[in-house]
Design a binder for this molecule. Structure first.
Ligand code: PLP
Length: 406
């Protein structure tokens, strides 16, 4: 194994602790990733050296912090290969990015009878905003079903695209089934009918290299905290041609050009969509998180995470009564499963007492639970700092749960 996991773990101080007298195993990375010391230090550095409000200040600190803020925008442009920094909008996270598009795009382009197309596996963040804007505009929300493996049913998808479809919104990778959706093909097919596509990249950004120009998506959304950066910072990428046409989502300071008593003119991109004081400390942290990911090499750790998943599937195949939910053609970093006759909540609570953090429940995808006719799942989601020994511990813990509850 060329991947130096033990060395990497030294960068994550939180991992080195006991929980209920057991060494912590953190398998809840799809909810949020832990932060390397470099990211924690970058936030601390900001408050010790550069703290101040940005853009409007003429003084030294403001200019220095503005420099880092705008440099980070350019680094993100490069990280996801956007065409211009004007296409990178800082938000609170994926949820806010999707709400921004749903409300701004929806108000401008959705009329009664129009359709928005999403899939049944979407996180509530890529579900409820569309449900609400459709209700407001009199539009119809339609759903792409799954095939029997748990992948997007591409044949049905093709039949759902039509002249009334105004936008397709789809997860790059599912936070429940782990499936990597064929977004490039989904986008290609939508574009044949001039339909724009929004990709919810919350679960993909820390596992797969993302190239928005190659994908040709119209919008791409992600959260810093799921890619080793702080909470409360995220990104909306949007093609300039759409962002130019869309009205502001929120109004206030920063997003204006001129304000008169009777009307206001709006700032240029990307500032038109960045009302109010932004999360500058979060941007400092996000920049360092990107440096960290680039340093440890996405291709190498992607392969390592794949090995962790394969190892788990192999281990799980030998646990009687364990059922893995979904069998996607391509999987990124997580596995959902059930233990026969044991409620996921009970299993999660018992596993926790053994020092292992997994997530249980509906994973903010209640419609998917209804679709699959299950109450919830147990989910183990991985990062490059997880190890094969930790997976052994999970497998042992599951056998213990079976003995206790069974
Ligand atoms: N989309 C997916 C697929 C997710 O997994 C999540 C969070 O788990 C979100 C959206 C929402 O992300 P956030 O809460 O950071 O806005």
């Amino acid at each position: 194994m060329s991947f130096q996991v033990n060395k990497i773990r030294e960068d994550f101080p939180i991992l080195d602790q006991l929980v209920y007298k057991h060494k912590l195993v953190y398998f809840d990375n799809a909810a949020t990733t832990q932060k390397p010391r470099q990211v924690i230090d970058a936030v601390k550095y900001y408050y010790e050296h550069d703290n101040c409000n940005i853009h409007r200040g003429v003084h030294f600190l403001s200019q220095r912090a503005t420099g880092v803020f705008e440099d980070t925008r350019s680094e993100i442009k490069q990280f996801i290969n956007a065409a211009s920094p004007a296409e990178i909008i800082f938000t609170k996270g994926t949820t806010e990015s999707i709400n921004l598009v749903a409300h701004s795009f929806g108000k401008k382009f959705l009329s009664p009878g129009d359709e928005i197309l999403i899939s049944v596996l979407e996180h509530h963040s890529n579900f409820v905003p569309w449900q609400e804007i459709c209700k407001e505009q009199g539009a119809i929300l339609k759903f792409i079903p799954l095939d029997n493996r748990g992948d997007i049913d591409m044949e049905v998808y093709k039949t759902l695209l039509n002249e009334k479809t105004r936008l397709v919104a789809i997860a790059h990778s599912s936070n429940v089934l782990g499936a990597v959706n064929p977004v490039a093909e989904i986008i290609r097919l939508a574009h044949l009918q001039n339909i724009p596509v929004l990709v919810d990249g919350a679960q993909a950004i820390a596992h797969l290299p993302v190239d928005v120009q190659k994908l040709d998506c119209d919008f791409y959304c992600f959260s810093g905290h799921k890619m080793y950066a702080p909470m409360g910072i995220g990104v909306l990428y949007g093609k300039e041609k759409w962002l130019e046409e869309m009205p502001p989502y929120q109004t206030g300071g920063e997003m204006i050009q001129d304000v008169f008593f009777d009307h206001t003119t709006f700032n240029e991109l990307p500032y038109k969509f960045e009302a109010g004081t932004p999360n500058v400390e979060g941007v400092y942290g996000l920049r360092e998180a990107i440096h960290y990911l680039q340093k440890i090499n996405m291709n190498e750790f992607g392969e390592y995470e794949k090995q962790l998943v394969d190892y788990t599937l192999d281990k799980f195949s030998r646990i009687k009564g364990l059922k893995v939910i979904g069998n996607p053609r391509e999987r990124a970093g997580l596995i959902s499963f059930l233990l026969e006759g044991i409620h996921p909540y009970d299993a999660g609570t018992l596993i926790d007492k053994m020092g292992i953090a997994v997530r249980t429940g509906h994973h903010c995808a209640m419609p998917l639970m209804e679709y699959l006719k299950i109450p919830g799942t147990i989910r183990a989601s991985y990062s490059f700092y997880n190890t094969f020994e930790e997976i052994d511990r999970l497998a042992e813990a599951l056998e213990t749960v079976k003995k206790i509850v069974g």
